[in-house]
Design a protein around this ligand. Structure first.
Ligand SMILES: NC(=O)C1=CN([C@@H]2O[C@H](COP(=O)(O)OP(=O)(O)OC[C@H]3O[C@@H](n4cnc5c(N)ncnc54)[C@H](OP(=O)(O)O)[C@@H]3O)[C@@H](O)[C@H]2O)C=CC1
Ligand SMILES: O=C(O)[C@@H]1CCC=N1
Length: 298
């Protein structure tokens, strides 16, 4: 994921010969030397031989390791950072409080980007305490995240965990759909590249159409569904396979895993309230079977 963040920052074109961030101002360290050297070579960024030397003069420290590797990283950072440094975490699940406790730094920004950032088409949900991270510092972070695609600031950090299940992990669900549809096309006899093109264009066109019209997806779906026609037959099969329920269950499972990885109570979601009710910190929730911010229930 770190590479997906570096790529748009240093990207240049003939029309835009100046990168948003000169590669020489981006410093990286990865415990895997070969990964780090490849990134260094491909993007011209500066590589380091230790976390200590990486963070010494850093203004913004992006932490992009897996959650289970965080304690080691925190330990190596302590006492080596500029006390005013900002930590931009993309780590799924880990609450800001753990970064404060682990690193001793106060300016923590939690974010959840996604891999389409690699081509500047990602979406990142992010949060920080505006009493600790100044407006100017927030603008700097916003400018970085904008390079990855769209950025959405949320005041309540628990929405970052929730966004993991929609946008953070979401590309994997879509790629699985692309794979399934393409394979079905190949099964029918289409050359793979033709099946791929049909599927890619259908997903792209449908998404753009939904975004541009702002129409409810059910209306758009109905417009495709001719009485007694082909689409109705396909939708019937999707419903028989509990398509929408399966998608919903997958999204809740993802959210629960995100909470679990952050050491939070993951007893959330439909049919999950067997123990004490769980309220994510800082948010106001109804406590019925499906959680929604108060006032949002329809
Ligand atoms: N992949 C995605 O789409 C997204 C991922 N994220 C988050 O980004 C983070 C990274 O995920 P992802 O890129 O998929 O994982 P990767 O395993 O691909 O990348 C993490 C890298 O960190 C290295 N690493 C491990 N320990 C250390 C250490 N102590 N110091 C420096 N580097 C270390 C790993 O090396 P090694 O392999 O040897 O352990 C690996 O090269 C996770 O926290 C994830 O939740 C967030 C949004 C989207
Ligand atoms: O699978 C994961 O844990 C990470 C977080 C979001 C996307 N990938």
């Amino acid at each position: 994921m770190a590479e997906a963040m570096i790529s748009p920052l240093v990207h240049v074109t003939t029309e835009n010969p100046n990168p948003i961030q000169p590669p020489g101002k981006i410093h990286v360290y990865d415990v895997s030397k070969s990964v780090m050297e490849t990134i260094g070579k491909n993007y011209g960024v500066v590589t380091h031989s230790s976390i200590q030397s990486l963070v010494k003069d850093a203004d913004i420290i992006v932490i992009a390791v897996k959650p289970q590797n965080c304690p080691v990283v925190f330990k190596e950072m302590v006492g080596h950072c500029n006390q005013d440094a900002k930590v931009l975490s993309i780590v799924a699940g880990k609450p800001s409080a753990e970064f404060v406790a682990g690193t001793g730094l106060k300016k923590i920004i939690r974010s959840m980007p996604n891999t389409p950032a690699m081509i500047g088409e990602g979406v990142t949900v992010w949060s920080c305490d505006p009493l600790v991270v100044t407006a100017k510092e927030q603008n700097t972070i916003r400018a970085i995240l904008e390079c990855l695609g769209e950025e959405i600031f949320v005041q309540d950090e628990s929405f970052v965990d929730m966004s993991t299940s929609l946008s953070g992990s979401g590309p994997a669900y879509i790629f699985m759909l692309i794979e399934a549809m393409t394979d079905a096309g190949v099964h029918m006899g289409f050359p793979r590249h033709t099946a791929e093109k049909l599927v890619h264009r259908t997903l792209l066109g449908s998404t753009k159409y939904a975004m541009e019209t702002g129409e409810h997806p059910a209306v758009l779906k109905n417009n495709v569904t001719s009485p007694g026609g082909t689409t109705a037959s396909a939708l019937f099969q999707l419903e028989q396979g509990q398509f929408r329920t399966v998608v919903t269950k997958a999204i809740w499972a993802c959210y629960r895993r995100s909470l679990e990885m952050g050491g939070s109570d993951s007893n959330v979601g439909p049919g999950r309230f067997v123990g004490p009710k769980f309220t994510p910190p800082g948010s106001e929730f109804d406590s019925d079977s499906i959680k929604q911010p108060k006032g949002k229930r329809s």
